[in-house]
Design a protein around this ligand. Structure first.
Ligand SMILES: Nc1ncnc2c1ncn2[C@@H]1O[C@H](COP(=O)(O)OP(=O)(O)O)[C@@H](O)[C@H]1O
Ligand SMILES: [Mg+2]
Length: 259
C-alpha cells in the first residue's frame, strides 16, 4: 500500500492563475509551501481533481516527472477578505479537501521549440496522453513546464473524460479515439510502440496504489461505495491495456504521417 497524499492546510490565498477556465489559484499552506490549487468548487468539479491524482500519480509511478500532489484543506472563510467576487465565491464553494500541486517557482511553458526534450521523453508523454485521453497537451496549451532544466508534466484534469458520465450509469470502454495530430510532442517523439512494450505491462500493477490515493469524498457517489468507483477506473485501464495494439497503432500512424 502506498501512503496517502500528504495533507496541508491553506493559510493564504495569494493570486489566481487565469490561464485555463478552471481558475486555479496560488495558495500558501501551513507547511510554508506554495501550491497551485485546483478547487473542488470550480466548474469541472471533483472529476478534474480525481483525474489529476489518477493520471499524475500513475505518470509518477511510471517514471515521468510530475510535481508533488497534496491534499489542501481549505476553510471557506479564507476568501472573506478577497476583493475579487469570482474568487470569493469559488473559495466559499470549496471548503474541505482540494488538490494542491507543488508550485515550481520560475518555471515557464515548455515546447520542443524551447529545447529538444529527446525522442524518448517525448514518446513517453505522447503514450501517457493517449492512454488517459488527455487532450490538453497541444502546441497552444502544452501543460509542460521547464524548471531547473527539466521538463515537468502538469494539468491532467481534463483526462479520463468518460467519468463525467458515470452518474448516467455509463461504463468506461477502451474504444475512444485519441487524436494525436495536435500533440506538442508528436513531431519529436520516438517510437510509441517501444514505450508501450516497456510501460504497458506496468500500468495495472501500479494502479491499485494510485487509485488508493484518491480521497473517498472525491469519487462519484453514483457508485455504491468509493471502491466501486475505483473499480470502474481500473476496468477502463484494463480494457485500454488489452486494446493497446489498436490505439498505439493509431498514434504510430499519426506520427508516421507527420514525420
Ligand atoms: N506546479 C506549478 N508550478 C508553476 N506554475 C504552475 C504550476 N501548475 C500550474 N502552473 C501555471 O498555472 C497555469 C494554469 O495551471 P493548469 O494546471 O494548467 O490549470 P488550467 O489550465 O486548468 O487553468 C499553467 O499553465 C502554468 O503556467
Ligand atoms: Mg493548463
Amino acid at each position: 500500500m502506498s501512503s496517502p497524499l500528504r495533507t496541508v492546510a491553506a493559510t493564504r490565498y495569494v493570486t489566481p492563475l487565469r490561464e485555463g477556465g478552471s481558475l486555479p489559484g496560488l495558495v500558501e499552506a501551513d507547511d510554508l509551501g506554495m501550491y497551485v490549487v485546483k478547487f473542488r468548487g470550480a466548474g469541472q468539479g471533483l472529476k478534474a481533481l480525481v483525474a489529476e491524482v489518477v493520471v499524475g500519480e500513475l505518470a509518477r509511478s511510471l517514471g515521468l516527472p510530475v510535481p508533488e500532489l497534496v491534499v489542501v484543506d481549505l476553510d471557506p472563510d479564507l476568501g472573506r477578505a478577497e476583493p475579487d467576487h469570482e474568487v470569493q465565491s469559488l473559495l466559499r464553494a470549496s471548503g474541505g479537501r482540494n488538490l494542491g500541486v507543488d508550485f515550481l517557482p520560475g518555471s515557464f511553458d515548455f515546447t520542443p521549440l524551447v529545447r529538444d526534450p529527446g525522442a524518448d521523453l517525448a514518446a513517453r508523454v505522447l503514450w501517457l496522453d493517449a492512454l488517459v485521453l488527455n487532450v490538453d497537451r497541444s502546441w497552444r496549451n502544452p501543460n509542460l513546464l521547464l524548471w531547473h532544466r527539466d521538463v515537468w508534466l502538469i494539468d491532467h484534469g481534463a483526462s479520463l473524460y468518460f467519468h463525467h458520465r458515470f452518474a448516467e450509469g455509463w461504463r468506461p470502454a477502451a474504444s475512444y479515439r485519441y487524436d494525436a495530430s495536435d500533440h506538442v510532442m508528436l513531431p519529436v517523439a520516438g517510437s510509441v510502440a517501444d514505450i508501450d512494450a516497456e510501460l504497458g505491462p506496468k500500468v495495472l500493477p501500479a494502479l491499485d496504489d494510485v487509485l488508493a490515493l484518491v480521497p473517498d469524498d472525491w469519487l462519484d457517489p453514483a457508485f455504491d461505495t468509493p471502491d466501486r468507483a475505483r473499480q470502474a477506473y481500473r476496468a477502463y485501464f484494463a480494457a485500454k491495456v488489452a486494446d493497446s495494439p489498436r490505439w498505439v497503432g493509431e498514434v504510430e500512424a499519426t506520427r508516421a504521417a507527420r514525420v
